[in-house]
Design a protein around this ligand. Structure first.
Ligand SMILES: CC(C)(COP(=O)(O)OP(=O)(O)OC[C@H]1O[C@@H](n2cnc3c(N)ncnc32)[C@H](O)[C@@H]1OP(=O)(O)O)[C@@H](O)C(=O)NCCC(=O)NCCS
Length: 183
């Protein structure tokens, strides 16, 4: 059975709890964090989103986890795999994504958590390909995808946005790539 939690060197990726809403809503109300997302969210929208993540996990066995600092337990953000049913560019629709509280940027944490998510997807869920989608100007996210070994696949128009997308296949996956990122 798929684990409910994943630990890396510095992070714990775990199911959502009621107590996460304050920190999640705070993060999603930060214009800098949401700069490349459709927009900042109200507390109500953040709560609805958490409920969607929980339902998605129940349906597919994966979704964005809540991410916390392994030592302090502080809320760091969300990282994980989600199914993009209407993604038009590829028959494989499992997307890896990340959104971190600004206090935790530039420490390699998005890469660390995303790497653990890819490993979970390939090794435990048997997913064939994982894609990554972002706005062209989101250079930090593009860099995270490159560090994960994802290859640039091109531009795409989706949900009214001009985007770029990346992908990595299971056969390209090297589990030893991320020894720095822990178990
Ligand atoms: C994108 C985000 C998750 C990155 O998190 P992070 O933990 O800081 O990422 P990492 O430290 O693992 O890696 C970031 C890489 O991008 C690079 N980078 C950061 N800002 C950059 C910029 N403006 N231009 C180019 N590279 C940049 C960093 O130098 C680092 O690369 P390096 O290790 O080669 O030096 C974080 O900035 C975030 O949550 N942003 C807002 C939400 C968002 O845009 N989510 C993605 C939607 S698709």
């Amino acid at each position: 059975m798929a684990p409910l939690e994943i630990e890396t060197d510095r992070l714990r990726l775990r199911p959502w709890r009621e107590g996460d809403l304050d920190a999640y809503a705070h993060m999603c109300a930060d214009p800098e964090v949401m700069r490349y997302m459709p927009g900042v969210m109200t507390r109500e929208q953040a709560a609805e989103q958490i409920a969607r993540f929980v339902r998605h996990f129940e349906e597919r066995g994966h979704c964005y986890w809540a991410v916390e600092d392994k030592v302090s337990g502080a809320f760091v953000g969300r990282i994980g795999l989600t199914h993009q049913q209407d993604w038009p560019e590829d028959p494989h629709k499992t997307d890896v994504g990340w959104l971190l509280d600004r206090a935790y940027w530039s420490r390699g944490l998005a890469t660390e958590g995303a790497w653990a998510s890819l490993r979970h997807g390939f090794e435990e869920l048997g997913i064939e390909r994982v894609i990554g989608i972002t706005l062209p100007d989101n250079l930090a996210s593009r860099r995270v995808m490159e560090k994960l070994g994802m290859a640039y696949r091109g531009e795409a128009r989706w949900k009214g946005f001009d985007l770029v997308w990346y992908a990595i296949d299971r056969r390209e996956w090297r589990a030893d790539r991320g020894s720095r990122t822990g178990s």
